[in-house]
Design a protein around this ligand. Structure first.
Ligand SMILES: O=C(O)c1ccc(O)c(O)c1
Ligand SMILES: [Mg+2]
Length: 603
């Protein structure tokens, strides 16, 4: 289906918006009138520019406060309309959106509304223009789509149809099934927006918090299915008012927007994209590191250096199925100035299919030569620029990245190198760029087929952190996405931290071993343990052990979670976790204590 976007969705001038919309690959635009009013470009120039960019102008909007006005105001409304029809002719736009009136002067009179809209349509038709009438969720008398449709039907003019807007329909909890009663040819336009579920005034919610479909909590795909059953074959058009997108990177937001429509079309069964290939585990985590700190920490954590790349300054460290790649050749090329997470290897049953899916969803594909290994590895850049490699580790049908490492002779440096019970990488926590949190959760859901979990707010001493996990259905791949709301430069580097969580089969034994080795672990304040005792009726022996070893505790409906943290090295720290009886979370309840302890150590 054709895909369009309203200029109001993006940051920048009209010219910048049109350029970004075309570059992302949209077919058309809704010109939001304010963008035109503020532009030095004449309507003719905008028409020519959109044509040059191979975009169509699918809608001009909004025209407000039209219907059901007292007779004495009608002439003024029509005069105003004629002026806008003239602008539309210069733009080459032939569809005008009229949104339901919010004016105190409007009368609660459907027959009058229909009569006046009919008159407006009559005038529009004389210019070759059609009118799409939309119910705003906060319209004075008309605020539901079915009411707007009744008026359109009553007006009965070929140049008058309705515009459906998923936000107005779903935000009010109107059942979208009734859409199927509208003939498809009378739905002149379809605007799509999602929004996070919030209890607030609907106008404020609409004007500040709309987001692209798949980024919020509304069932936009379900609504689209009802619309498509009517035979509607106009464009799918995004109309999102969002405070963050208004200040974001224009080109990038446009790509994010188009990705949301591609995924939405798929969810409504209207395309056959290559299916998502859900990753089945972590092949490795790659850290950029030149100093000795990370090798020392990995040794204390019980990792052994098992391989050296045959031609690059890259080492493989392993413990159980947890693999960490240390790359000391990255600084110059990628600008990682200190120990930082550079890449994640995701285990997938079909790396080429994973890459194909990623390409179809507009993920930035990376050149293959960047790979740690020489075995060809497909990779894409995640929204925070972490590189995601698609791997098939040591499988007979596929070249393995591990084949490029030569086995190291493991030094007999005695006890300190003995394993500490780590079995695999449990999850990786990535810090998202400030204005790209919604983009990130959609990216992981659409590109990798991971399931987003609830969005949480965590208190950091210096501000709030928003956090949302995404995971595969069986929990074998979990990513925690965090974004700091902290004012730049306030807290220490907390807004940049990333971490790798390692699973232990017996975290109490692991913690004891790490303490014996003098590993730099994060100290947890005593107050935390006093509170823990109040909140949970823990076995006194377990409670003592937690306090003694600095372990944190959480529980959910299915099980319990024990975890601890190392000190931070550069941007990176490690967490050791043990999930008991199917615990599904990430210890979010303990995040404020952890964050405060980390800030205390880095100040
Ligand atoms: O917020 C508004 O006023 C507004 C205007 C035009 C629309 O199409 C809409 O959905 C909302
Ligand atoms: Mg709308």
């Amino acid at each position: 289906m054709r895909k369009s976007i309203a200029t109001v969705c993006l940051s920048g001038t009209l010219e910048e918006k049109l350029t970004a919309i075309a570059a992302a690959g949209f077919d058309g635009v809704e010109i939001f009138e304010n963008d035109l009013l503020a532009s030095p470009l004449s309507p003719e120039r905008v028409r020519d520019r959109t044509a040059e960019l191979d975009l169509t102008i699918d809608l001009f909007q909004p025209f407000r406060d039209v219907e059901a006005v007292p007779e004495d105001l009608l002439a003024r409304t029509l005069r105003r309309a004629e002026k806008k029809f003239a602008v539309m002719e210069r733009l080459g736009a032939d569809l005008m959106l009229v949104c339901s009136s919010v004016s105190p002067a409007a009368l609660d009179d459907d027959a009058l509304a229909a009569e006046q809209l009919r008159l407006l349509a009559e005038r529009a038709a004389a210019h070759g223009i059609r009118i799409a009438y939309e119910a705003l969720a906060w319209g004075r008398h008309v605020n539901t789509y079915d009411h707007a449709w009744r008026i359109v039907r009553q007006a009965d003019h070929p140049a008058l149809g309705t515009c459906l807007d998923s936000f107005h329909i779903l935000s009010r909890g109107s059942g979208p099934k009734g859409i199927e009663e509208i003939p498809g040819e009378k739905i002149f336009f379809l605007q799509l927006a999602d929004a996070p579920l919030m209890a607030m005034d609907v106008l404020q919610w609409s004007r500040h918090y709309r987001c692209f479909p798949g980024q919020g909590g509304l069932d936009v795909a379900g609504l689209l299915e009802h619309v498509l059953r009517t035979g509607y074959d106009g464009p799918l058009s995004l109309e999102v008012f969002n405070d963050v997108f208004r200040q974001g990177d224009t080109a990038r937001t446009a790509v994010d927007a188009l990705r949301s429509l591609i995924a939405l079309e798929e969810a409504a069964g209207r395309t056959d994209l290559p299916a998502p290939v859900v990753p089945t585990g972590f092949a490795f985590a790659e850290l950029a590191s030149t100093g000795l700190e990370l090798p020392a920490l990995l040794t204390e954590l019980g990792f052994a250096r098992t391989g050296r790349h045959h031609s690059k300054p890259v080492e493989l460290w392993e413990q159980g199925d947890a693999r960490i790649v240390l790359n000391s050749g990255l600084d110059a090329t990628t600008g990682h100035p200190e120990p930082a997470l550079a890449a994640i290897g995701l285990e997938t049953p079909d790396p080429a299919a994973s890459a194909g899916r990623a390409r179809a969803l507009l993920a930035p594909v990376l050149p293959r030569h960047r790979a740690v290994a020489d075995a060809p590895l497909d990779a894409v850049a995640a929204p925070d620029s972490t590189e995601l490699f698609f791997c098939r580790t040591e499988h007979p049908d596929h070249p393995s990245w591990t084949g490029d490492f030569r086995a190291c002779v493991i030094s007999p440096r005695a006890a300190s190198a003995a394993p500490a019970g780590i079995t695999h990488i449990d999850h990786v926590a990535l810090t998202q760029p400030r204005y790209h949190f919604d983009e990130a959760s959609l990216f992981y859901r659409a590109v990798l087929g991971l399931r987003p979990h609830e969005s949480l707010e965590l208190a950091d001493p210096y501000g709030l952190l928003r956090s949302r996990a995404v995971s595969g259905a069986d929990g074998s791949v979990r990513l925690a996405l965090n974004v700091a709301q902290i004012r730049p430069g306030s807290g220490p580097s907390g807004s940049l931290w990333q971490h790798i969580a390692l699973h232990s089969r017996d975290i109490v034994a692991t913690a004891r071993r790490l303490r014996e080795r003098g590993a730099p672990l994060l100290p947890i304040p005593d107050n935390y343990y006093d509170d823990l005792e109040a909140r949970h009726e823990l076995d006194p022996g377990l409670h003592r052990t937690l306090r003694e070893l600095g372990l944190l505790y959480d529980q959910d409906d299915s099980g319990t979670f024990l975890h601890l943290y190392t000190a931070t090295v550069g941007r990176v720290f490690f967490e050791i976790v043990q999930r008991i009886d199917g615990y599904q979370g990430y210890g979010a309840a303990n995040a404020p204590v952890r964050l405060a302890a980390q800030h205390a150590r880095t100040r």
